[in-house]
Design a protein around this ligand. Sequence first.
Ligand code: SF4
Length: 334
Amino acid sequence: MGTLEDINDKKGIALFSGGLDSSIAARIILEQKIKVIAVTFKTPFTAVDWALRMGKALGIELRVIERYDDYMNIVKNPKFGYGKNMNPCIDCKIFMLKKAKELMEKEGADFVFTGEVLGQRPMSQQREQLKLIEKESGLEGYLLRPLSAKLLEPTIPEIEGTVDREKLLGIKGRGRKEQIALAKKLGLTDFATPAGGCLLTDPEFSERLGDALKHGEEDIELLKLGRHFRTESGAKIVVGRNKEENRRIRELAREGDKTVEIIDFPGPTVLLRNGNNEDTEIAASLALRYSDCKEDRAKATMDGVTIEAKRGIEGRVNPIGRPVLRDKTETQVR
Ligand code: SF4
């Protein structure tokens, strides 16, 4: 066990999500009296709440890197393809590790480490892919995976003695029993679910995103709300499912968008983007269908103008992915 001075002359940069694996990895490195600087990424598809929470619990310094445009380029055109959904995990890891490498150089740190486990994920954590990610990120020899280190080739920090390889682990596979037991032993609780924070792994969201990109749309925030439909002409219709979604939909409406609501009855705000006259009628019909009004016709307001909403034409649209974010109020709006 080193002295307090030892803590400061060795540094590791952690790729940190606040999930079970990256938290255990950070703890293992901290136990070796190595200073940990954690880095987490805020993208249109990931939040940083868990990283902030666990970073605080572990008492480590956490840097948040916010990326949009360059990250979107990867999502739209991944060199190494997608996983089961629209998750470009290999490209994403390489992207994040390149940023971690920059931080390593800037901070004069000794290595970068992650919570990756050999064989845990089919797309990005097989032996070959771990090697590929290491090479492509420019971190050859300097990328440590503390949870599986004993099953992988020794890295430079292990060879040079910066990190004690004996105290690292040899976990592999998809099971999480070992990590859960270890977390308990280390006094760590309360984790984000694996990949639970990444919308790109969600099949419904991926369907919406794929459809949006096909139509040249990049309004990611809108994809997280309501029910989505595409009309024959290619227009997009979004139907709010509760008051909060209705408010957000109005907020996210852009110039040229139309919003429709049924007058005198509770119901959704319906947003129409790039629609023609027929699409306006369909949007009004959808507003009626999901409102509390039981009549076949009702008055609706479209951007302050009163129009008529009729039942029977709302079926002329294709739904795109089921609603992504479900909440307790969903049953109140049909
Ligand atoms: S799950 Fe999402 S955040 Fe994680 S590596 Fe894959 S694309 Fe990136």
